[in-house]
Structure formats: structure tokens, C-alpha cells
Design a protein around this ligand. Structure first.
Ligand SMILES: [Zn+2]
Length: 236
């Protein structure tokens, strides 16, 4: 009897651990939709910048993007939007897409569902007040998904927009290391994760300025996340 109970407990433990692992893998989300890349033969790619707005780095990025005529997607943190609303408006004016990266950027793992929904609503409302359209995409902080957040996202009919190219720009030793990583990993339909927020992002600005012409040389065009998702919906 004791052995049976012990075995059962062990099995549950293994199952629980396996389940947690599964929920954390990049290709799987328990509820709702998630996307890490788009299936297409077209050489299109989306550059995404997280954790801003963060002047002066966001502004410097805008200058670089404008120089090359590239539109990107910025997954912003609500708290930062409140502090730097004029930067958000500049992004909107220049035709970049604004995405929701929660209000506080805390790990939405064991947070109650109502609080998760608040994190999402607050940032959506801030962005809409500044002129963003009704449909705003979401990216979970740290890419965490587990169980509650996907459930809330499914209720809100929001896709969790993740990525399939992560050069870890926030800890890279050089702009070239970021560029090399992206060039090695990029595929048609890729979503590239970069950061304009969270500290001094000079390296990311520099990497972006080097990366864009090299991707263009390889035949890539740049799209916002919404444009990229439309490619998936209407393959041609
Ligand atoms: Zn983030």
C-alpha cells in the first residue's frame, strides 16, 4: 500500500514536472493562440523591440529605422508609456506598431487571473488613448506562458506574439555579435526579439543600423507584426 502511494506520488510529480516543462517550451501554449514566426516563402521579417519606451534609445532607434524606411513593432510596458507618452506618439506618427507588453512587466505566472487581465487592459487603454487602433497584440513578459496567462489571453481573443530569433541583445558583448546571430538564424517569416528598454541600449541601436542593410542585401523586407500575421492569413 505504502509503495503504491509512493509510486503514485512519484508519477504525479513526474507528470507535473513534465507538464510545467511542456508549458514553458517555445512551441507550445496550453490555451489560445501563440505565434513565434509565420509560415511563408516570402522573405519578410518583423523586428520587435521590447520593454520601452525608453528615451533616448527609442528615439535613436526611430531615427535609424526612418533612415532605412523600416517599420517595426514596439512591445511597450504600460508604466513606461505613462512616463514617456510623447515617445509613444512619435512611434505612432512614424507608422510603427505598438504592442502590449503588460503594465508592470512582472512575471504573470502565479498572478490571479483578474490581475493579469488588468495588466493587459491598462496598457491597451493607455495605447488607445494615445491613438493606437483597437486591436493591439500582446507579448508576455519574459515570454512566460504557463496556464493562467494563456487562459486570460484566450478569453480576450489575443494572440501571444513571441519570437523565433533571440540574439540576447541585452547581454551581448558587441553589436556585431547581435547582427551575426540574427543573420545566422533568420528565416522567411521570422520574428526577431530586440530591446529598446531596460537600460542603455546603444548596442541595440548600433546593431539595428548594421543589421537592416545586411538583411536588405539578402532580399528581406521588413514588416510590422500585424502585416506579418496577415501574410500568414493570406499566403500568396
Ligand atoms: Zn520584456
Amino acid at each position: 500500500m505504502v509503495t503504491t502511494v509512493a509510486l503514485l506520488l512519484f508519477a504525479l510529480l513526474v507528470l507535473g514536472f513534465g507538464f510545467k516543462k511542456l508549458a514553458e517550451t517555445s512551441k507550445f501554449q496550453l490555451f489560445g493562440e501563440m505565434v513565434t514566426q509565420v509560415k511563408t516563402d516570402q522573405k519578410v521579417v518583423a523586428l520587435t523591440y521590447d520593454d520601452g519606451p525608453n528615451p533616448p534609445y527609442t528615439n535613436r532607434l526611430m531615427e535609424v529605422l526612418e533612415q532605412f524606411g523600416v517599420k517595426a513593432t514596439f512591445f511597450v510596458i504600460g508604466r513606461q508609456v505613462e512616463q514617456h507618452s510623447e515617445t509613444v506618439q512619435s512611434l505612432q506618427r512614424q507608422g510603427h506598431e505598438l504592442g502590449n507588453h503588460s503594465y508592470s512587466h512582472r512575471r504573470l505566472v502565479s498572478t490571479p487571473k483578474a490581475a493579469i487581465a488588468d495588466e493587459i487592459h491598462q496598457t491597451d487603454q493607455l495605447l488607445q488613448k494615445l491613438g493606437s487602433p483597437d486591436r493591439i497584440h500582446f507579448r508576455s513578459p519574459y515570454g512566460y506562458k504557463r496556464i493562467r496567462l494563456p487562459w486570460v489571453l484566450a478569453q480576450l481573443k489575443k494572440i501571444n506574439v513571441l519570437w523565433n530569433v533571440d540574439p540576447r541583445d541585452y547581454q551581448a558583448v558587441s553589436a556585431d555579435a547581435v547582427v551575426d546571430h540574427v543573420l545566422a538564424q533568420v528565416r522567411p517569416g521570422s520574428i526577431v526579439l530586440l530591446h529598446d528598454g531596460g537600460g542603455d541600449r546603444s548596442l541595440t541601436v548600433e546593431a539595428t543600423a548594421r543589421l537592416i542593410p545586411q538583411l536588405q542585401e539578402r532580399g528581406y523586407r521588413f514588416q510590422t507584426v500585424s502585416e506579418l500575421l496577415a501574410v500568414q492569413a493570406n499566403p500568396s
